[in-house]
Ligand binder design. Structure first.
Ligand code: PMP
Length: 401
């Protein structure tokens, strides 16, 4: 038995190969808060690899709210929402989120990943169809596997393909189209108006994962459906608290009856402990900040547009991004790791993204903006990027085309 386990892992060489080359970029320990500058190995590094789009993870009001929640409720809830783990602030956050995204009801889970596992697996079953964009997040894929439903993937943001795939399905079958609102690696926005039209034509329901859209697009950052003014046309809105909202956890919002069903059927909710008091209070405080000062979202977009302009002027290939996620395409795994490594040595933290997170010919550096970055920091980061590409003779992809 023990030998079998070792035999199985022995064939996994990806990490050891990278370690041997001195290029291993994962599980880097950060010795400070997640801010525009972080400490790594005792050295200050510019952070352009965070999902803290609004830069709120060290906001004094949020930290204060988290501490007050610990003082009042303690550090954990010691159970699932279903039994002993529901606090009054869990319910308050659910009401607040429903209102924020414009749906009648919401329920919160302990991570965004668990929302997708729990919701997708309980809403569709053996004879139903889940229709997914091929670039959807891993949690949607895993949720669809747990559902045992028939999974149909269509080419990324390709509405013609979606229409063809739907037209082949039985008319009376239950069909749920599940998509990312902003795609987490490519940074483009889902074509929701077309999806709504197609869903109507073929009698499908719509689920939008707003992990990267909350706090970023829509009214006061209310997400993709709000951005397109299609909140009533989308059945389910999912979001996470681990990005713009400076915390940990996630939610699903929709009609009362659907949310009530999810509350009694989603195993990832029923059989897992509830969000900690500090995490809940942090989200409530983050929503207060976003709603009282939407200027913070304008700042995120000013930074995004500024960085995008500079990077494009340098000749970097940013694909079709429409968000604060700027993918810098290298399309070669080893070079992607080399650039990441050199940048880190030179004081810039970015994320290398290779297969299976993206197709094998699409490896990229994921460069993401925060509202708290200064233009000076963006200048510095772009300069470091250009120098690293030159020093390693990595072509800007556009030069190759
Ligand atoms: N959906 C998407 C699109 C994501 O990018 C992520 C996290 N990267 C999740 C869901 C899972 O969210 P969490 O990290 O809060 O578990």
């Amino acid at each position: 038995m023990r030998k079998k386990l070792h035999d199985r892992v022995a064939s996994f060489k990806d990490a050891s190969d990278l370690r041997e080359k001195g290029l291993y970029p994962f599980f880097r320990a950060i010795e400070s808060g997640q801010d525009t500058r972080v400490m790594i190995d005792g050295k200050e590094v510019l952070m352009f690899g965070s999902n803290s789009y609004l830069g709120l993870t060290n906001h004094p009001k949020i930290k204060e709210a988290a501490k007050a929640a610990i003082d009042k409720y303690g550090t954990g809830c010691a159970g699932s929402r279903f039994l002993n783990g529901t606090l009054d602030i869990h319910l308050a956050l659910e009401r607040r989120l429903a209102q924020y995204v414009g749906k009648p009801a919401a329920v919160i889970f302990s991570t965004g990943f668990q929302v997708n596992l729990g919701v997708l697996s309980c809403l569709t079953g053996r004879n139903d169809y889940l229709i997914l964009d091929e670039y959807n997040h891993a949690s949607i894929i895993d949720g669809s596997r747990l559902s045992f439903s028939r999974v149909i993937k269509y080419a990324h943001n390709n509405m013609q393909d979606l229409r063809v795939k739907l037209s082949l399905l039985p008319e009376e079958a239950t069909k749920l189209i599940a998509v990312d609102g902003i795609f987490s690696m490519e940074g483009d926005i889902v074509k929701l108006p077309e999806i709504v039209e197609i869903a109507e034509e073929f009698g499908a329901n719509i689920f939008v994962d707003d992990a990267h859209s909350l706090g970023v697009i829509g009214m006061n950052g209310a997400g993709t459906a709000s951005h397109f003014n299609l909140t009533n046309e989308v059945d389910l809105i999912m979001g996470t608290f681990s990005k713009s909202f400076a915390s940990l956890g996630g939610f699903i919002a929709g009609d009362e009856d659907v949310i009530d069903y999810i509350k009694h059927r989603a195993r990832a909710l029923l059989f897992s402990a509830s969000m900690t008091p500090a995490s809940v209070a942090s989200v409530l405080a983050a929503i207060d900040i976003v709603e009282s000062d939407p200027g913070i979202i304008d700042k995120l977009w000013a930074n995004t547009n500024y960085a995008k302009k500079l990077l494009l002027a340098e000749g970097f290939d940013l694909g079709g991004t429409e968000s604060p996620i700027l993918p810098i395409y290298i399309r070669d795994n080893e070079k992607t790791f080399m650039v990441t490594n050199l940048l880190q040595e030179n004081g810039l933290f970015v994320n290398p993204v290779v297969s299976p997170a993206v197709p094998s010919d699409s490896s990229l550096i994921r460069f993401s903006l925060m509202a708290s970055h200064t233009f000076g920091q963006i200048d510095e980061a772009v300069d470091k990027l250009s120098k690293a590409f030159k020093a390693l003779s990595v072509p800007l992809v556009k030069e190759n085309i």
